[in-house]
Design a protein around this ligand. Structure first.
Ligand SMILES: Nc1ncnc2c1ncn2[C@@H]1O[C@H](COP(=O)(O)OP(=O)(O)OP(=O)(O)O)[C@@H](O)[C@H]1O
Length: 798
């Protein structure tokens, strides 16, 4: 039998069998007889299948949404993978599949990391600039107000980590306030800092680690990350209760003090923000405030709604000054102004300056700005003294920018001196902010910039404004790397420090190098002792003195407290107790010396506190990073020496601790002035009565204290045995170093004078130092700055 016949037989037999089976099955018989029944069954099956499919799709969709919300990156990657791979595979790339796959992987990496980033960024920029909220340079164009998102300009009424409904019932995005106090929608700021490329606040251009603060930005710290520290810092229930009562009392006492505290005279809301008081209380305060103003006898009449002032007589001017606590001394003093709008209308300030003022939320000038700006515009020499944090920096930046008009390639025309590098950097940032819109060339003198200018003298011509510390500048002058002959404005920030013995010689040299006949000199500080004032009078031309508030006094809005500790050891115990009771970071602790700063740091770091230390022995990079981290809230407690005491503007500092009492009143005022800035914080003083009645120390003892700090025990909880052991070790090391040096010196004497030369050099240095001291002493006794010729004569005599 052939194969075909067998198959045919098999087929036949199987067909016959099936037919038999079907015939023996009555249901099958029915189906054969009625095919519609078969379709009915299939229909019901299809329905179930469709339902299952829909449910699966729905479930899958939910799963994808969940995935997307949890891990967007991997979701995006897989979606991209599907989008590209499946169609390409289906459309006949099987043959070169692996080659395609590898190229695709490379492409998708590039796509997701570079292309998509840039694409979304362009979109974000475009979005905001279309809305008109910032220009193509990335700065907000419109005036920013509280509760308005700084990027999209839409109301931002939600609170951090909350999704709120606004009045219209729309859902708002979460809202974040950064350390710099600017408010953004969650989405807007994320869009802005997309993949960490623009991790700076779009408003003030200060670097903010937005990634770090995604869920809790700015001064509100990342509680998850620093959970352990939180337990250290969170006040106990008891102290919280005490604090609450204190706030209530505070707001009551504020009713009488309100004008004193609000030296920025900003808004009622600012007062509320500071005090955290309710609407009904606001009304009460407002009424009291208005009553108070009426009682003052219509002083308000001088000012119109915008705060602009029209003076009809000298009495008006006097009243205005009195109201803003401004005292002036000198001849022919220009009138103050009342609002920033007047700068444009009366003084014809360039529009870019006014725009920047609005953009950076400078609504009303502070008292020092009201009086110092007109004086500087009129080209007069100025000595300005105003409380810490009252806006002195802006008071000299604005007239400088006004007078410079625009960039000119004729070398430095304005020079600002600050005692520390950190403060110089802060001033640099502030000028950059205020000069947006004019392409001024501003130079912050560092080792690198000085070297560049030494190599390429033609570069010097390009700059307009120079900011420097005295030492760096004097070095550049001596090396002839810098030309100051065109300088028209010379500003000494923290002037009393720059005219102290340590800096006087350098300041004098800088004065000598600024040879322009039209040089205008201005001194700014929160403290100006009368001796320094007399010294300054010698080199200023018909100066005007402006004093805001009380002379040489701490800012009134700062609450001060005295804690008894008994002995030196008691300080450490007290500070630990403070921490246990609950401190609100950021906290600044001042100590007397670098050594003590290090010691305290080593004590506190083992207590598990988020603490760091800053002093002049740390590298510049370290110092920069510490300042930045402290600003960002990454460091909660910062131990510092006098380096940080002056000028540094840390907006949110809650507490300043003077671990070692400062050596002078001035130092105390500047140190505590790191808090309560821009009118924040509250007043009050808990220094006991008996202490206030103590006799003032004599002049001699004050001077002695300035010259030589009090000797203090080391900060340590180690046993005296351990300490002695350490000291012994130190002594051994010192002795061995000395032995080595002696050996080297005698070897050098034997074989020539190389080593001796070194020693000579060192000795020379010492001589120069003592020379400086004697010169300085002479200067102090004569209370005037010697001219260059006189200085030459002194050195010749020496
Ligand atoms: N007109 C203003 N309105 C609101 N805030 C202002 C105004 N002027 C300055 N500020 C803000 O006040 C803060 C303190 O300013 P600044 O650092 O100039 O104070 P200062 O008087 O120089 O203090 P210090 O004596 O400590 O150096 C800054 O954050 C600044 O932005």
């Amino acid at each position: 039998m052939s194969e075909e016949t067998i198959n045919a037989l098999n087929t036949t037999s199987s067909t016959e069998n099936e037919a038999d089976l079907q015939l023996s099955n009555p249901e099958a018989e029915d189906t054969i007889l009625d095919p519609s029944k078969e379709f009915e069954k299939q229909d019901s099956q299809h329905g179930t299948m469709a339902l299952i499919l829909l449910a699966a799709l729905f479930g899958f969709q939910l799963l994808i949404l969940y995935w997307k919300s949890k891990h967007y990156r991997s979701f995006q990657a897989v979606t991209l993978f599907g989008l590209w791979l499946i169609p390409m595979y289906l459309f006949g790339l099987q043959a070169h599949f692996w080659r395609f796959l590898s190229i695709w992987v490379l492409y998708s990496i590039a796509n997701s990391w570079v292309l998509s980033r840039d694409f979304v960024e362009i979109c974000t920029d475009r979005m905001a600039s279309t809305l008109g909220y910032y220009n193509k340079d990335g700065f907000p164009r419109k005036h920013l107000r509280a509760n308005i998102c700084a990027i999209c300009g839409v109301a931002a009424t939600g609170t951090s980590n909350n999704t709120n409904n606004n009045e219209n019932g729309d859902q708002n995005h979460r809202v974040f306030q950064l350390a710099c106090r600017h408010v953004f929608h969650d989405d807007c700021i994320r869009g802005w800092c997309l993949i960490g490329k623009k991790d700076i606040c779009p408003y003030c251009k200060e670097k903010v680690d937005l990634k770090e603060f995604k869920t809790n930005p700015g001064a509100k710290f990342n509680k998850n990350r620093f959970n352990e520290d939180i337990t250290l810092f969170e006040p106990s229930n008891k102290s919280r209760r005490i604090n609450e009562t204190a706030v209530d009392n505070k707001s009551n006492t504020q009713l009488g003090l309100i004008q004193e505290i609000d030296f920025f005279h900003n808004s009622k809301s600012a007062i509320n923000e500071t005090l955290g008081i309710t609407k009904s209380k606001t009304k009460e305060i407002t009424e009291n405030l208005e009553k108070g103003q009426e009682e003052e006898g219509g002083i308000n009449n001088q000012e119109n709604g915008n705060g602009q002032v029209d003076f009809n007589s000298m009495d008006d001017v006097k009243m205005f000054r009195k109201r803003h606590r401004i005292r002036v001394y000198g001849t022919d003093i220009p009138n103050p102004f009342g609002s920033f709008d007047e700068l444009e209308s009366k003084y014809e300030f360039q529009s870019y300056i006014c725009k920047n003022l609005k953009n950076f939320s400078y609504i009303k000038p502070t008292s020092i700005q009201m009086q110092a700006i007109p004086i500087m515009i009129h080209g007069r020499d100025l000595m300005a003294m105003a409380p810490t944090g009252s806006g002195k920096t802006l008071a000299y930046i604005l007239p400088i920018l006004y007078d410079l008009k625009g960039p000119e390639k004729m070398g430095y025309r304005s020079l600002i001196i600050s005692p520390t590098r950190e403060l110089a950097q802060q001033i640099y940032r502030e000028i950059k902010k205020m000069s947006i819109g004019k392409k001024f060339k501003i130079c912050m003198l560092t080792k690198a910039t000085a070297a560049t200018q030494a190599q390429a003298p033609q570069l010097r011509e390009k700059f307009d404004i120079l900011i420097s510390t005295p030492l760096r500048l004097v070095h550049a002058i001596q090396e002839e790397n810098i030309e100051l002959k065109n300088v028209r404005h010379l500003i000494l920030d923290e002037a009393d420090k720059l005219l102290e013995l340590g800096f006087l010689e350098q300041t004098d040299e800088i004065f000598a190098a600024c040879s322009n006949m039209k040089l205008q000199k201005s001194l700014f500080s929160a403290t100006l002792p009368s001796g320094v004032e007399a010294l300054a009078n010698n080199f200023m031309k018909d100066p005007i003195r402006v004093i805001v508030g009380l002379r040489n006094a701490a800012t009134e809005t700062i609450k001060q407290k005295l804690i008894y500790v008994g002995q030196e050891e008691g300080k450490l115990i007290a500070i630990r107790q403070l921490i246990q009771e609950g401190l609100k970071p950021p906290v600044l602790i001042f100590v007397q010396s670098i050594e003590r700063a290090k010691e305290l740091f080593h004590e506190l770091i083992y207590d598990g506190i988020n603490v760091d230390v800053i002093h002049s022995e740390r590298t510049k990079a370290q110092r920069d990073s510490i300042v930045l981290k402290f600003r960002q809230g990454k460091i909660w407690v910062l131990i510092a020496t006098e380096l940080m005491a002056r000028g540094m503007d840390f907006k949110g500092v809650n507490l300043v601790i003077n671990y070692d009492f400062p050596q002078s009143v001035q130092s105390y005022i500047h140190r505590i002035g790191r808090t309560g800035r821009a009118g924040r914080s509250e007043s009050g003083c808990e220094v006991p009565e008996w202490m206030l009645q103590l006799k003032n120390p004599s002049k001699v003892s004050k001077q002695q204290l300035r010259k030589k700090p009090i000797e203090r025990k080391t900060i340590s909880t180690r046993s005296t045995y351990d300490l002695k052991k350490m000291e012994h070790k130190k002594e051994i090391i010192e002795a061995s170093k000395k032995r080595k040096a002696r050996k080297l010196a005698s070897a050098a004497n034997k074989y020539g004078d190389k080593g001796g030369g070194e020693a000579d050099k060192k000795e020379d240095k010492g001589l120069i130092k003592t020379d400086d001291k004697t010169k300085n002493n002479k200067l102090e006794s004569s209370k005037s700055l010697p001219s260059n010729k006189r200085r030459k004569r002194i050195s010749e005599k020496d």
